[in-house]
Design a protein around this ligand. Sequence first.
Ligand SMILES: C[S@@+](CC[C@H](N)C(=O)[O-])C[C@H]1O[C@@H](n2cnc3c(N)ncnc32)[C@H](O)[C@@H]1O
Length: 269
Amino acid sequence: MNSLNYYDNIAHVYDQTRWLTESVAEEVADFIINLTRAAPKTNFLEPGVGTGLNVFPLVKRGYSVTGIDVSQEMLDQFSQKFNTTPPNLNLIHADASQLPFSDNSFDVVLTVHMLHTVSDWRVFLDDIHRVLKPGGFYLNSQWITPPARKEFEGYFREFLDKYKGINTKSKGVNSAIPEINTEGYLNHKGYVSNYLIAKEWTVSNTVEELLNLFKLRPYGLCWQVSEDIFHKVLKEFEEFCIKHYGSLKTILSSEAKFEIWAYSLPLTP
Ligand SMILES: C[S@@+](CC[C@H](N)C(=O)[O-])C[C@H]1O[C@@H](n2cnc3c(N)ncnc32)[C@H](O)[C@@H]1O
């Protein structure tokens, strides 16, 4: 599998293997609407929209939402959430590294888990600046992996690493965002920044449920080995889990957060 079709291949299991639920997304939408003082005519853009987990509630509430994604399968998953695509939702199959919009087009641009994927983040931020209307908001967000799941994933990585020649120490999205100096870059352009936690919630899964999610190979690390090795590792890992966690029925609970770095350009009087 190459990086271009990675999301095409996991689109059908994307939502079920992530931890942002519909009800949490609704609360996050309330938060974003308040933060951006959204009016009925406020329009939103999400480059790297994926299956629409973040903006689905905004579309349902009638806001105009445009989503771009390189993966047609991810976009199809989003469209399938509606009987017919609503007129206030515009989905574009394209690389968001260059935004295909005229200047001053959007009130709010939202990116979630995607800034690390564009070819040049500085050029991308310039483009977001260009398409934002005066007084608009850029919200760079992430919903970090809950610590118990992160630890589980870490153990799994160690099993993968036991196989010679396999380097699974990939940079996750959580580490990628701080490496990109969005704040410094946008502050330099005059943006005011504000770090906010839109929502904290508890994510609970049994060890068995997490193992079953991994079996679907929905995360990047799962694709770094062949099918054969993956199944061998899973078998070994399951034995480890029984010993380490005491039982496959053990519940792992920890807090997830929806974090937003909100940027806005003060309007000149
Ligand atoms: C980690 S997923 C996040 C999806 C969604 N934002 C979410 O929070 O659930 C990253 C998404 O960005 C898309 N993507 C990656 N690089 C892209 C690019 N250069 N242009 C547009 N979409 C891109 C992927 O296809 C995928 O749907």
